[in-house]
Design a protein around this ligand. Structure first.
Ligand code: AMP
Length: 121
C-alpha cells in the first residue's frame, strides 16, 4: 500500500483543511480530534508521509523518530496532562485494518484530562 496524498491529515498538513492547532515544529503537527472521545483528545502526526507506525519505524530518519516521541511529551505538557504538569494520559496509535485505523497517515491519539479508563473494553 502506498501513501495516499489525499488523506485528511495530508490535507491538514497542506493547510487545505483547517484544524484546531495545539503545537507545531519541524517534525510534528498536533491538533484537537474533531470527534473527542475523552475530556482532552489531541492528535499528533509526523510531517513526513508515513502511513502507520510500522511504515514510520521502517522508513523515518532517527531525527523524525525522536521528533515525534519528543513532540508527544511537549503536547502532553502543554495540555497539562504530562506527569510533571498533570496526572498522566494515554498515547495510542491504531495500525492498519485490525488496529482500526481510519486515516492512513500515522497519528497518535492523546487522551486525558480525566481518568481514561480501561485500555480495552
Ligand atoms: P483512527 O481511527 O486512529 O484512524 O483515528 C482517526 C481520527 O481522526 C478519529 O478520531 C477522527 O475523529 C479524527 N479526525 C478525522 N477527521 C479529522 C479532522 N478533520 N480534524 C481532526 N480530527 C479528525
Amino acid at each position: 500500500m502506498s501513501y495516499d496524498d489525499n488523506n485528511i491529515f495530508a490535507k491538514i498538513l497542506r493547510s487545505e483543511i483547517s484544524c484546531k492547532k495545539i503545537y507545531e515544529d519541524n517534525f510534528v503537527l498536533s491538533f484537537y480530534d474533531i470527534n473527542p472521545q475523552k475530556k482532552i483528545h489531541a492528535l499528533i502526526i509526523p510531517k513526513g508521509k508515513y502511513i502507520d507506525l510500522d511504515d514510520f519505524s521502517q522508513k523515518a530518519s532517527s531525527e523524525e523518530i525522536v521528533g515525534l516521541i519528543k513532540g508527544i511529551n511537549i503536547v502532553a505538557k502543554k495540555l497539562g496532562m504530562s506527569v510533571d504538569t498533570g496526572k498522566g494520559y494515554r498515547a495510542l496509535a491504531n495500525i492498519s485494518e485490525h488496529g482500526g485505523q481510519e486515516v492512513p497517515h500515522l497519528h497518535f491519539h492523546l487522551f486525558g484530562g480525566e481518568n481514561v479508563g480501561k485500555m480495552v473494553e
